[in-house]
Design a protein around this ligand. Structure first.
Ligand code: HEC
Length: 142
């Protein structure tokens, strides 16, 4: 590694620094860490510990399902039964049919926790840009 760096010079060193700065854990905003822990405690049992799905669907298409984070937050807040009452039998931009049951989180999580977990899903599993999605979900990046 160091040998390669020496041969490639300062440019490679710079790239390595950028890569380290962007690596998970290094510069992860506090809100995404909160989101990860909310996810682990409340969502991973159904959506998988890597968002791969299980009882609930995989979260890899979360950005196309919910172009607006506000709608995703409402879904998490209401759960599938509450959503049905307000919006009818389908959810998301692709009008997916509600087939099973996702619990409501209105009484379990604060609005800030719901915003944090929504942003976490969009970044970690949807591949969204952290800064963009934190802003889209109304999460203060600190
Ligand atoms: C008891 C199982 C269960 C738990 C716990 C659960 N979900 Fe779900 N989730 C589902 C099911 C099932 C669906 C699909 C809708 C349906 O058929 O009711 C879903 C759908 C979703 C979707 C839409 C995904 C897509 O692209 O189709 C999102 C986003 C989501 N859940 C987020 C969460 C979050 C965030 C939490 C934790 C705060 C959570 N879920 C907890 C079962 C669960």
């Amino acid at each position: 590694m160091t040998g390669v760096l020496r041969r490639l010079g300062p440019f490679a060193a710079f790239i390595t620094l950028v890569a380290l700065a962007c690596a998970p854990g290094g510069g992860t905003p506090e809100a995404l860490r909160t989101g990860r822990s909310v996810y682990g405690d409340n969502c991973s049992s159904c959506h998988g510990n890597a968002g791969q799905g299980g009882v609930g669907p995989s979260l890899k298409n979360v950005l196309s399902t919910w172009p607006l984070c506000a709608d995703q937050k409402e879904w998490i807040t209401l759960g599938s039964e509450g959503w049905k009452e307000v919006h009818g039998p389908t959810y998301g931009a692709n009008n997916a049919e509600i087939k099973t049951k996702m619990p409501a989180h209105a009484d379990k999580l604060s609005p800030d926790e719901i915003a944090a977990v929504a942003a976490f899903e969009r970044v970690q599993y949807g591949g969204g840009d952290a800064e963009t999605e934190l802003a889209a979900c109304g999460v203060a990046d600190d």
